[in-house]
Write a protein that binds this ligand. Structure first.
Ligand SMILES: [Zn+2]
Length: 382
């Protein structure tokens, strides 16, 4: 591990870029860092201009080259018992501790720290894509990608450095999440038959989602390349009711589908809506025509399904020395690059096991493996 690498990891960990907060200090720091290398820097902001994506091109301005992509935001540390300050890098027993060490500032830091050795010799462009709001549903990177399309920047591949223990990952599940609001009609609970109980209606819809989840567990379709080999359906939050003697007039719940690339997720949501429209709402509306369900989409991550025959996959296999290809159940930004016509692979240092937990760390050996990998990769661009 070079002093430049550890210094850069320490620097990036020191910016407390929790998704709900601004990441602009980190973005400004990277922009200044890139200045001596004649970087072409494009920023795209969120609506409040409190957060930004950074896309930087170094080397010749032409098509091709590779994108090194990572998110700058980290998950919160609230309520977690840390043994040290999460935003101050601590090295201990061959591990680096700090929020974002594995997920995923080390990858960005290693690539930035290597740059001075290569910047003046590049014959193909290297692009850095740093995003905001990944942890809250891969929301930020969409603006970065649309900006690239407008600017007609056409890299030939993208490596997203999410923690895979340096194994090439070519597929991940898609995710669609929804909020369902149920409107009922309140009454004294002694007169329940004249009211519409929103909690009970929601419960029937949640139970239907659970039946769908069991069906996909028991009947597939399956892809055993994934650690969870089938589509999963889950309700994570439910709120409703105020007192036992009042029939509740409101209930909301949040649910998600995490689906295999081969599965049509729109058909899943159509099925739930079909059940609600035909089985639940008629009975509610017999009592109060204004009652019913409303479902809104919260977030969406398309699935990733890169062919194992793609050039970028072969390159990552060769440089990592790891010829297996993996599939993971969590979503990443790789699928959005892929959809924009940039073949994408996920491969980065550290383990997803350590992500989002107190005392998050990365093994120094992983940092070193990633230094070697990115060094060889940049060698290919000179
Ligand atoms: Zn991540």
């Amino acid at each position: 591990m070079t002093p430049e690498t550890i210094g850069m990891i320490e620097r990036l960990i020191g910016f407390p870029t929790v998704s709900r907060d601004s990441n602009l200090e980190l973005i400004d720091y990277v922009r200044e860092y890139l200045r001596p290398y004649d970087a072409d820097v494009r920023l795209t902001f969120d609506d409040d201009r409190r957060k930004a994506n950074l896309f930087a091109t170094i080397g010749p301005r032409r098509d091709g080259g590779l994108v090194l992509s990572g998110h700058t935001d980290v998950v919160p540390v609230d309520g977690q018992a840390w043994d040290s300050d999460p935003f101050k890098l601590v090295e201990k027993n061959g591990r680096l501790f700090g929020r974002g060490t594995s997920d995923m500032k080390s990858y960005i830091a290693i690539a930035l720290a290597l740059l001075p050795r290569y910047a003046s010799r590049l014959t193909k462009p290297v692009h850095f894509a740093l995003s905001y709001d990944e942890e809250v549903g891969c929301i930020g990177v969409g603006r970065l990608i649309r900006d690239l399309e407008t600017a007609k920047v056409r890299p030939s591949g993208c490596i997203v450095g999410e923690p895979t223990l340096m194994a090439p990952v070519i597929a991940h599940k898609g995710k669609k999440s929804f909020r369902c609001s149920v409107r009922g009609l309140a009454a004294h609970s002694a007169y329940a038959p004249s009211a519409v109980n929103a909690v009970e209606a929601a419960a029937e819809a949640v139970a239907y989602l659970k039946r769908m989840a069991r069906r996909s567990r028991d009947k597939g379709p399956y892809d055993h390349g994934f650690d969870v080999s089938h589509t999963t359906i889950h309700t994570g939050v439910i709120r409703g009711g105020t007192a036992l003697n009042i029939v509740p007039h409101e209930c909301t719940f949040d649910f998600e589908f995490r689906y295999l690339p081969s599965v049509d997720a729109d058909a899943l949501i159509d099925e739930v809506e079909g059940y609600i429209n035909s089985e639940l709402e008629p009975e509610m509306r017999d009592i109060d025509p204004k009652s019913g369900f409303k479902i809104v989409r919260l977030s969406e991550i398309p699935p990733l399904d890169t062919s194992a025959e793609t050039e970028i996959v072969a390159l990552v296999q060769e440089l990592s020395g790891n010829h297996d290809v993996g599939k993971v159940s969590y979503g990443t930004e790789a699928s959005q690059f892929q959809r924009a016509g940039i073949p994408s692979v996920v491969c980065g240092p550290g383990s997803i096991e350590q992500a989002h937990k107190p005392n998050e760390f990365i093994e120094v050996a992983q940092v070193e493996a990633s230094e070697r990998f990115l060094g060889k990769l940049l060698d290919r661009l000179i």
